[in-house]
Design a binder for this molecule. Structure first.
Ligand code: G3P
Length: 479
């Protein structure tokens, strides 16, 4: 029998009155691992009502006290890194090493958000009226940032803790309340993380974590009139659906990516290959910012592929508890989808450098060469350990491929020429272009955003704090 975890509301852990639960499977064993409460719409209402009440007081709590509370969370999170990381290993098949890194990074993010909030929110603006034509100096305008209200945070399975706190900490320092809807896989790690806020003494009702089936409470939450902002990271289709249904509230969305890696003829091929392996295969390719297509100039493609292959052969494949490089993907559905992309590429004549091998959700890494634009893998996001290589005759061909995709999260270019790097970075229409490094979010105060279907708004600690506030002005009028 699996442990059943309670949801969090009003500063307490409670059982849902639905009497139902949602099962979380271990992706490695494909067996049930934990259960979480299948909350009802009435329970969602309760979370939001309590958040509204608590937020009013929190917004008036001095900024230094809000920061102090977040610093406590940062400390407790780091102290609790082992049990939280253990959940991540079991729930989302993240390696033990990477799971600990995720929790520690989360602690650092919370502490940084506390400090950045102090810097940002300490500042207001003062304007006088007479610079604008027709005005005398008879009006003084004071503006400052005030919170939005209740922020709905929806993180994905691949960073359930880190991408939850990347939404929660900016929201809280800015004076907002938070309702967290954890992903099913990763929900228990999320609940454990929420407990660190409980231990840090956050006011009752200010933070809640409501678990359940997306079909029961997903739309209800995202269209709820009590929600004043949604910060979502996850699939593109879900993100677009939320955007269409959400009311007139600020949205922050990080959706999929098909990050292109352009390798020029003058690139340091060893550096490129190392980054392609790290970027393409870390966490088995299940990162929005993974390298998802290599666009290699024909003249260096053989040499590059040879280097990538040599490194790929050294990747260890196995269980997350053993810190293997490649671990099982999140679900059968995901593994089947990846298999479909591979079959399509094989039927259409791509060259495989490794044999297809799958045991349950564990997929052995593959480099798929001579990929052409008529293959699905040229455009779709596998979220798995398979990497396509497209050989290009010109840089323009590579830029065109990058820009023709609906996804536009990040991209990268490898070259020794600074001029070419800047020219290509400018031409690649993606949220971030990395020069001579694999795509990646962070450091976590850097702006992080997707263009086109890859997202709405910009994240990173600073941008998130600013986005989770609105401007309030007071105008003093003199006779
Ligand atoms: O897939 C989620 C995205 O935010 C990736 O983060 O740190 O792996 O680049 P990171």
């Amino acid at each position: 029998d699996c442990d059943t975890f309670k949801y969090y509301v009003d500063g307490e852990w409670r059982r849902s009155c639905s009497g139902h639960s949602v099962t979380i499977n271990n992706p490695s064993t494909r067996k049930p691992l934990f259960k979480v409460q299948a909350c009802t719409q009435e329970e969602v209402n309760r979370c939001i009502d309590s958040a509204k009440t608590a937020q009013k007081i929190w917004a008036k709590t001095p900024l230094w006290k809000r920061a102090e509370a977040l610093h406590k969370v940062a400390t407790i999170l780091k102290e609790q890194k082992a049990p939280i990381a253990d959940c991540l290993v079991k729930e989302v098949a993240k390696t033990s090493k990477d799971a600990v890194v995720e929790v520690v990074r989360s602690g650092d993010l919370v502490a940084y958000a506390a400090e950045e909030g102090i810097r940002i929110l300490a500042e207001g603006k003062f304007l006088v009226s007479d610079p604008f034509p027709g005005n005398d100096r008879n009006k003084y305008c004071l503006s400052s940032k005030i919170p939005l209200g209740v922020v709905l945070a929806i993180p994905p399975f691949n960073y359930p803790v880190n991408l939850a706190v990347s939404k929660m900490a900016p929201a809280l320092i800015a004076g907002n309340a938070v309702v967290l809807k954890p992903p099913t896989q990763g929900a228990v790690a999320c609940l454990h993380m929420i407990h660190t806020f409980h231990l840090a003494g956050f006011p009752k009702g200010l933070i809640s974590a409501v678990t359940g089936k997306g079909s029961d409470i997903g739309d209800y939450l995202t269209t709820h009139p009590g929600i004043n902002c949604i910060s979502f990271t996850g699939g593109c289709d879900t993100g677009i659906a939320i955007s269409k249904k959400a009311g007139m509230i600020p949205l922050q969305m990080e959706l999929g990516g098909k990050d292109s890696c352009i390798v020029l003829e003058d690139a340091d091929l060893e550096l490129a290959a190392t980054n392609i392996i790290k970027g393409g295969f870390s966490y088995s390719g299940q990162r929005c910012t993974a390298v998802k297509v290599v666009l290699a100039m024909e003249c260096i493609a053989d040499a590059l592929v040879c280097k990538i292959n040599a490194k790929l052969c050294k990747l260890t494949v196995g269980m997350p508890e053993d810190d293997c490089d490649i671990t099982p993907v999140i679900s059968d559905t995901s593994a089947n989808f990846i298999e479909g992309l591979v079959q399509d590429a094989r039927c259409k004549g791509a060259r495989f450098h490794q044999e297809w091998r799958r045991e349950g959700n564990l997929i052995w890494p593959i480099l798929i060469d001579f990929v052409r634009p008529d293959m699905r893998i040229a455009w779709e996001e596998p979220f798995g350990p398979i990497l396509p290589v497209i050989r290009i005759k010109t840089v323009e061909e590579g830029i065109h491929h990058c820009n023709a995709n609906n996804f536009a999260l990040q991209g990268c270019v490898f070259t020794k020429s600074f001029d070419k790097a800047m020219m290509i970075s400018d031409a690649m229409e993606s949220g971030t272009i990395q020069i001579n490094s694999a795509p990646g979010r962070g450091p976590d105060h850097f702006p992080f955003q997707g263009l086109r279907d890859s997202g709405v708004g910009s994240q990173g600690i600073t941008n998130s704090i600013n986005m989770m506030c609105k401007t309030k002005t007071t105008v003093m009028n003199f006779p």
